[in-house]
Design a protein around this ligand. Structure first.
Ligand code: CU
Length: 404
């Protein structure tokens, strides 16, 4: 991490090529004049000056993802049966529960040689990208390396970005350096700088942190079904630990509810070739084949494969727990996550069911007082049958200190 006041020196100390200089000057312009702010908006709104620069090294990697790595139904404790096999069974003309996807993965530095190990407390993220965390007043710096075979980007929600860091191509009247962020070609690297002003942090009714998402937006629908999506948490200034975590929370979880439509993934043909037993027999227009690729998942897991101690969805009953929930997908993606055993506060109101639509972002506070292994599932009946179920675990204990 770098103090913002040092950024100019740090960057000058490096050899910048012409393109980087242009981006650098554009950024300074954005910082200095608030350019990019809509007319009539306070020019100071996008400025930050007090905080840290938070550096992340994130690649889009094409990997095989397994929606059911245990090979069984974790809710029933039984092998998969007829109902589950609609979605998880590989066959001559079925892909099964493993798919090639493009996922955001975090590396230790800009050589992108070493994956940053995901801390135990964040194993539950599954196929989501790494948590991007910052504090109001900071600047987020993401070095994005596209290791995949298609152009991708990173488009953030909530934080302040100029047109050179929005990560979405459309007819917005920009050109040149303001387009380079929109579609990063295979093999290329791009650096995104996003400021974190007060309006990116918690609002009047929020707790000490605000929840956002980021995702690829070069071809939004295909990119997100490819798997390129991740969480972002912004903590209020004065309520953050040095690593950015909120001081009044002991444990955080992120869960995304999505019918991952692998039929709309750009890797569908590749998955047919790689995983169907007899690729030539696959009819992509067949209704049953289409259904088999609708993965009703939580963080990329179906039928209780996201579970308690195995994947880190576990907590102690002394902990102050904050759940961040998001939805994604299309009109079938109305989800009602329900916790058995414990209750939450959402916007100051008590419930044990949350409500999500595509790109909803919800924060829920839990003070667990009921120990055990508990269901955590979408309450939409069709989604229950299709496997949108997980397990979480509450044990006796003292607050742990999970890493960021
Ligand atoms: Cu649902």
């Amino acid at each position: 991490m770098t103090k913002l006041s040092e950024i100019g020196e740090v960057w000058h100390a490096e050899t910048l090529n012409t393109l980087e200089r242009l981006l650098f000057l554009g950024l300074i312009g954005a910082l200095g004049t608030g350019c990019g702010a809509p007319d009539g908006v306070d020019d100071s709104i996008g400025q930050v000056s007090q905080g840290l620069q938070r550096n992340y090294f994130i690649a889009a990697d094409e990997v095989v993802w397994d929606y059911a790595p245990t090979g069984m139904n974790g809710i029933t404790g039984q092998p998969f049966g007829e109902q589950e096999n609609v979605f998880v069974q590989q066959g001559p003309d079925r892909i099964g529960h493993r798919y090639v996807k493009a996922l955001f993965r975090e590396y230790t530095d800009n050589t992108f040689r070493t994956l940053r190990p995901r801390p135990a407390g964040w194993q539950h993220l599954g196929f989501l990208g790494p948590l991007i965390r910052a504090v109001v007043g900071d600047q987020i710096h993401v070095v994005f390396k596209n290791n995949s075979t298609r152009p991708y980007s990173i488009h953030p929600h909530g934080v302040f970005y100029a047109k050179n860091a929005e990560g979405a191509p459309y007819n917005d009247g920009t050109s040149g350096g303001n387009k380079l962020d929109d579609a990063v070609p295979p093999g290329a690297t791009f650096e995104y700088f996003w400021n974190v002003p007060a309006r990116a942090g918690p609002g009047p009714m929020d707790g000490s942190s605000a929840f956002w998402m980021y995702h690829s937006h070069t071809d939004e629908v295909a990119d997100t079904y490819a798997g390129l999506i991740g969480p972002m948490v912004i903590t209020r200034a004065g309520q953050a630990r040095s690593d950015g975590r909120p001081v009044d929370v002991d444990r955080e979880f992120v869960t995304m509810f999505e019918v991952a439509d692998e039929n709309q993934s750009p890797y569908l043909d590749r998955n047919i070739q790689q995983f169907a037993g007899d690729p030539g027999s696959v009819d992509p227009e067949d209704e049953g084949f289409g259904e088999s690729n609708l993965m009703h998942s939580i963080n990329g897991f179906v039928y209780g494969n996201l579970r308690g101690n195995n994947t880190g969805l576990s907590m102690n009953n002394a902990e102050r727990v904050r759940w961040y929930l998001m939805g994604m997908g299309t009109e079938v993606d109305l989800h009602t996550p329900h916790w058995h055993g414990n209750v939450v506060d959402i916007m100051g109101m008590r419930t044990d069911v949350a409500e999500l639509l595509p790109a909803s972002m919800v924060t829920a506070e839990m003070r667990p007082d009921d120990n055990g292994t508990w269901l955590y599932h979408c309450h939409v009946n069709d989604h229950i049958l299709a496997g949108m179920l997980a397990l979480y675990r509450v044990d006796n204990g003292v607050p742990a200190q999970p890493a960021r």
